[in-house]
Write a new protein. Structure first.
Length: 266
C-alpha cells in the first residue's frame, strides 16, 4: 500500500454533493475526503437513496460539486475540457447502450473516440487497444455478434471492454452487477479485481453487493447518514462502520464473517 500512496490518481477534499436550484442548494452528502491510488479497486456502498449515484456523477464531471475539490493526477477536475476528461476517466453506466444494433467489436471501438481522427479511422494502436480489451474481458468469441443478442452478463463484460479500450487511468462503474445472477455478479467483480491489479488502472464502482465487495476490494467508500467513510474493508469492519448502514431491527452486520444477516422475529 505504501507504493500505491506515491501514485495518487483521484483525490477528493471536503466535497459536498447534491443539487442546485433557484431555491438554493440541496446537499445530499458533505465532508467527503478520500484519495484513490493507481491499481486500486474501490467500492462505493450505502443504502438506496443515500447519494451514491450523485457522488459518482460529481466525480465524473456530470454535475458540479456544491463545495470542495476533486483532483485527477493533481489537476482540478474543472480544469479539464470534455475531450481531455475522456482521456482521464471512462464511465460504465447502469443503463444499456442505445446502440445495441452494433456488433460487439463496433461498440468496443467507440471507446477509442478520444484518440481517433476526425473521420474516426482506427489506427494500429487503436486496433491493438480494442483487441486487448476483448481478450482481457474474455469477449473475443462475442466480437462479431450484435449487442442485442447478448445476455445481461455478456453485455456487462462488453461495456467494461469499451471502457478498457478507452485506456484511461480511471474507470468508474455505476452498479455493474445490476440484473445479474450470483455467478455473474461474482464474475464481474473478480474481473474488475484482475483488471485493476494487472493494468494498474484505478477502478471505482458502486454496488449493493457489500458482502462480495468486502472480499475483493482494496478500499471502500461507505456512505452513511451521518458521514462518508473511506478505509480498507478490515478497518471499516473493526470500527463498526457497516453496522449503521441499515435499520438494526431488520439487518445486522456480522463482523466475524464479514456479512449481513437478517434478524429473526422478536
Amino acid at each position: 500500500m505504501a507504493d500505491k500512496q506515491r501514485n495518487l490518481i483521484l483525490e477528493v477534499q471536503n466535497l459536498a454533493v447534491g443539487y442546485s436550484s433557484k431555491k438554493g442548494n440541496t446537499t445530499i452528502a458533505k465532508d467527503i475526503d478520500f484519495s484513490l491510488s493507481e491499481g486500486e479497486l474501490v467500492s462505493l456502498v450505502g443504502a438506496n437513496g443515500i447519494g451514491k449515484s450523485t457522488l459518482l456523477r460529481t466525480l465524473t464531471g456530470m454535475q458540479k460539486p456544491l463545495d470542495g475539490s476533486i483532483f485527477i493526477n493533481g489537476n482540478p477536475l474543472n480544469s479539464f475540457s470534455a475531450f481531455q476528461l475522456a482521456t482521464q476517466l471512462s464511465v460504465v453506466l447502469t443503463e444499456p447502450p442505445t446502440t445495441k444494433n452494433l456488433s460487439v467489436r463496433e461498440l468496443i471501438s467507440l471507446g477509442r473516440q478520444p484518440y481517433t481522427n476526425w473521420i474516426g479511422t482506427l489506427s494500429s494502436a487503436d486496433k491493438k487497444a480494442i483487441q486487448f480489451a476483448l481478450e482481457a474481458t474474455e469477449t473475443v468469441e462475442l466480437a462479431d455478434r450484435k449487442c442485442y443478442e447478448l445476455s445481461d452478463g455478456q453485455m456487462q463484460r462488453v461495456s467494461i471492454a469499451r471502457a478498457l479500450a478507452q485506456d484511461t487511468p480511471i474507470i468508474v462503474l455505476d452498479e455493474p452487477t445490476t440484473h445479474l445472477d450470483l455467478y455473474h455478479r461474482a464474475y464481474v467483480l473478480k474481473l474488475l479485481k484482475n483488471l485493476a491489479s494487472e493494468t494498474g488502472k484505478t477502478i471505482l464502482f458502486s454496488t449493493h453487493e457489500i458482502d462480495l465487495a468486502i472480499q475483493l476490494v482494496d478500499s471502500m467508500i461507505v456512505m452513511a447518514k451521518d458521514h462518508t467513510y473511506f478505509d480498507s474493508p478490515y478497518n471499516l469492519i473493526e470500527s463498526g462502520k457497516f453496522e449503521t448502514l441499515f435499520p438494526e431491527k431488520t439487518i445486522a452486520f456480522d463482523p466475524l464473517n464479514g456479512r449481513f444477516v437478517i434478524r429473526g422475529e422478536g
